[in-house]
Every structure is written in C-alpha cells, then in structure tokens.
Design a protein around this ligand. Structure first.
Ligand code: UD1
Ligand code: CA
Length: 469
C-alpha cells in the first residue's frame, strides 16, 4: 500500500503470510520499530473514552460488570486510574442501563476528578458506544484513546507508551495488540507486509485461516478524532450479531490510506473479563504482580499461591508474609514484621516495626506500635495499641455495641493475658497488666493490674464424696 510511509527497519517484514498461524511478529516489541518520514500533524492532547455500557450478561449479576472487583478495586477504577496516572485527565465513560450505578461509584471514588458520563441508549455495539460520545458533542481532544471497562489489567505505563507511539508514529491511529497462544474469543488482526492493519476479524466471523492468526485485538485504540468521526458513520451493522463493530473501522481507515498501526502490549494486560471465571483469572494475575513487586522491594512472601495482597499496600523491608495471609488495600506494615500464617489485615490496619501478627489474627482500622505482638487467635478492631505490648492468645476487642463502633486504647508496655475481652470504649494505661480471661469494661490506669473474672472455687474431695452417695 501507500508509498508515502516508509518503514526503515528491515526487521519489519514479519508478517509475510498473514494466515499461516506462524504470524508471530519477528520483532515482537514494536517499541524499537521504524520511524516514519512523513511528518504528522502534532497531536493536541488525548481524550479517553471508556466503554462500559455492555450488559455483562455472562456475569449473571445485579451489579454491573465493570464494578466487579479485581484486587479489591472495581475493574472500571483500574482503567480510570491507568488513564489518570498516565496523565490523561479528560475521561468519558459510556454507560447504559448501569448509568446510576456508575455515577454513584464515580462520585464516591473520583470526587475531585471530573469523570464525564455519556448514555448509550441501546447496546448496539462498540462502534455505537463510541458514536454516542461523538453525538454528545463533547469537546474532545485530537487523539481519542478508546478503552474497555472490562480490561482491568491495563497499566499506566502501557497507556503512556501507547500515547507516545500514537504521537510519534501513527497514521490514522494505533491499536494495542498481543500475541496470544490461545486467541479464541478475540478479534484477529490482519496486517499487510508493512505491518499496517488491513482489517480486524471478530472470532465469530473468522474463517479457518483467519482463526489461525494469533495476533489479537486487545480492544485499546488511539485514533485521530477526524479519522474516527469520518469513519464511524460508515460502519455497517454486523448482520449476524445485529451490532456495530468498532473493529470495522480498521478496514475503513486502511481504505482511505490512514491505517492503524499495531502496537504490541503484554498479553496479560489485555485480558478481558466477560465471566466470573475470567474475573478470578484477572485477580490472580494482578495478585502475582503485587507479590512480585513486594518481593523485589525486600519483602519475603513465603508462598505466592496462597498469599493474597491487594494493590496499594505498604510493607517495610525484611517483613515476612507467611502462607494464607490476606492483606487488604491501604494496610501499612513496618519493617521486620512476621505476618501470619493465616492473618487477615483489613482496611485501616497500620502495623509498626518488628511486630508479630500471628495465625488467625484479624486486625481492622487499628494502629499497632513497634515491637508489639498479637500472636494468636485475636480480633483487634478500632483500636490504638502502643509499642512493646503483648496481646495474649484469643484476645478480642468488642468494638461494636450494636449501634456504633467504639475505640480501645492500650498503652505502651501493657501485658494482656490470654482470652481477654475489651468492651469498648475502654482505655488501658501504660505498663498495665490484664489478667487472663478478663472482661474489661472499665478503663485501667498506668502500672495497674486488672482482673475481671469470677474467683475460682475449689471443693477438695468433692468427687469422692459424690461417689459414696
Ligand atoms: C471486543 C472487540 C474484540 C477484542 C476484544 C478485546 C469489538 C467488536 N470486538 O470484543 O475485537 O478482541 O474486545 O477484549 O469491539 N460495550 C458498550 N456498548 C455496547 C457494547 C459493548 O459500551 O453496545 C462495552 C462493553 O461494556 C465492554 C466493551 O465495550 O466494556 C467491549 O465489549 P465486549 O462486548 O466485551 O466486546 P468483546 O466481545 O470482548
Ligand atoms: Ca470484553
């Protein structure tokens, strides 16, 4: 095709036979690919459009698909955050019947940021979804970044890289693609010898030769606004499915000599979630990534298969996370701690340095000072526990009185015997000692002993006497 575009790099002849199935890019990393001679009109900014109006029928859920969570965060939030972090702040979300759900989600989570919503009245396909944004007459910038709300693994690095490639090199635009060992379910990318996209064939519509193509459409695009607006209107309904496919724009752009360029994106970032099983799959990938990052920063994760740690957790170096531990978003843990096995740290847990949080311990919305141990079978909620404290096995803070949550404060150096219950609100002084089995309902001053349990009564010889009767 076009002669005005020259591809410098001789390594670029990777897809001589598009249909062989052997079409893996010889140079899979397009990050080092050719430069175009033709000067592009400079791009004045990027507007993101996130498609989220789909019904998500396969989830069989009252909750709209894109609000299902991966790593403790709604899928849509992953996509929005990737945009924001890549400094794309002009964001429009296409919603359908889920408009109210999505709006309240955004109000709660993105109060400061201006996330725009556009209604797609009927779910007539991905092209129709983008059209609804154009029709809403939003002042869009020159490059339209199109993403799906159901691809939660996309990173800000990738979004940033796609923008860079778009700005530098694209004709009509770029499309995120990946090599997939098992491409079924995805649209297939048909390219020419210069690597431009000739067309995209949806899985359902592909013939056997097209099905053999393993370069898949990741569903993320950046398209020049003029190209997009001009070609969206030309897309015809797919008769088999009764939908307007955004993917049909590739052939239209190729026909007018402003084709899409494929940009290679790591496969695991493109994984689309259409079912609960795929949701679990995405969660697994995300979890592994979090664990890898922590490991690289000096934290020992004893078993990658059973430890679950959400994104946005801070952990100090030389802390060891034992198997079957669950650590939720926002938790902070200091250096040199041992967590688990089977500990559950929930939102608002802040653990100091050199602490031991042992098995079957649950901590929520509480601060634990340095060198403090909560080693076995405890629930600590809405508490402030000082440093050098020992919390005996089975200790519980009774933080909820049935109406509201109340606070337990335990001073530095306190020693709490096993199986104590703190009926909050209650305050325990520094270096206080609490007898095992106590139900503490009143505050205890510094350096004092509190025992709150019935005295033991021992009846010597009672058993023998009973036998004689
Ligand atoms: C789409 C692509 C496919 C690609 C895959 C990547 C099309 C036609 N196909 O397929 O080539 O490999 O993504 O994951 O684009 N949506 C709307 N309104 C609609 C229809 C869909 O907003 O009318 C939204 C959905 O909520 C979803 C996104 O668009 O977030 C993608 O739609 P989906 O039906 O999941 O497309 P796929 O079949 O996965
Ligand atoms: Ca999808």
């Amino acid at each position: 095709m076009k002669k005005s575009v020259k591809v410098k790099n001789s390594e670029m002849d990777f897809n001589v036979d598009f249909f062989s199935g052997e079409n893996r890019m010889k140079n899979p990393d397009l990050r080092v690919d050719a430069e175009f001679e033709e000067k592009q009109k400079p791009v004045n900014g990027i507007s993101a459009v996130i498609l989220a109006a789909g019904k998500g029928t396969r989830m069989k859920s009252e909750k709209t698909k894109v609000l299902h969570e991966v790593s403790g965060k709604p899928m849509l939030a992953h996509v929005i955050d990737a945009c924001l972090k890549a400094r794309v702040s002009d964001i429009t979300v296409v919603a359908g019947a889920n408009m109210q759900q999505l709006k309240s989600f955004a109000a709660a989570r993105y109060n400061g940021n201006n996330i725009r919503f556009v209604l797609q009245k009927e779910q007539l396909g991905t092209a129709d979804a983008v059209s609804s944004v154009i029709k809403a007459k939003i002042p869009l910038k020159d490059g339209i970044l199109i993403l799906s709300g159901d691809t939660p693994l996309i990173t800000s690095d990738t979004v940033g890289f796609l923008i860079k490639m778009f700005t530098k090199k694209s004709q009509g635009g770029i499309i995120g693609v990946s090599f997939a060992e098992n491409p079924s379910g995805y649209g297939r990318i048909v390219r020419n010898s210069e690597d431009y996209v000739i067309r995209i064939v949806e899985d359902k519509d592909a013939n056997d030769r097209e099905k053999a193509i393993k370069v898949i459409n990741g569903g993320v695009y950046i398209i020049r606004k003029d190209s997009l607006v001009r070609n969206l209107g030309k897309i015809k309904v797919n008769k088999a499915k009764g939908e307007y496919y955004l993917t049909d724009i590739a052939a239209l752009m190729y026909a007018e000599d402003r084709p899409l360029s494929p940009v290679d994106v790591p496969y695991r970032e493109l994984a689309g979630v259409n079912s609960r099983a795929q949701l679990a799959e995405a969660g697994k990938i995300r979890n592994k990534k979090v664990l890898e990052m922590l490991s690289e920063n000096g934290i020992t994760i004893v078993d990658f298969d059973t430890v679950y740690i959400e994104e946005g957790v801070e952990i100090g170096s030389d802390t060891v996370i034992q198997p079957f531990s669950v650590i939720k978003a926002g938790v902070k843990i200091g250096k040199g701690c041992t967590i688990g096995p089977s500990a559950h740290l929930r939102q608002g847990a802040v653990i100091g340095n050199n602490c031991k949080i042992g098995n079957y311990v649950e901590i929520k919305n509480s601060t634990i000072g340095n060198n403090t141990n909560v080693a076995h079978l405890s629930y600590i909620g809405d508490s402030e526990i000082g440093s050098n404290v020992n919390i005996g096995a089975g200790t519980i803070t009774a933080n909820y009185d049935g109406l509201k949550k109340n606070k337990t404060v335990i001073g530095d150096g306190a020693y709490v015997g096993s199986n104590a219950v703190f009926v909050a609100p209650v305050k325990i002084g520094k270096n206080a000692v609490i007898g095992a089995g106590s139900v503490i309902t009143d505050s205890v001053p510094d350096d004092s002993l509190a025992i709150a349990r019935p005295r033991q009564e021992t009846k010597t010889g009672w058993v023998k006497k009973r036998r004689k009767k």
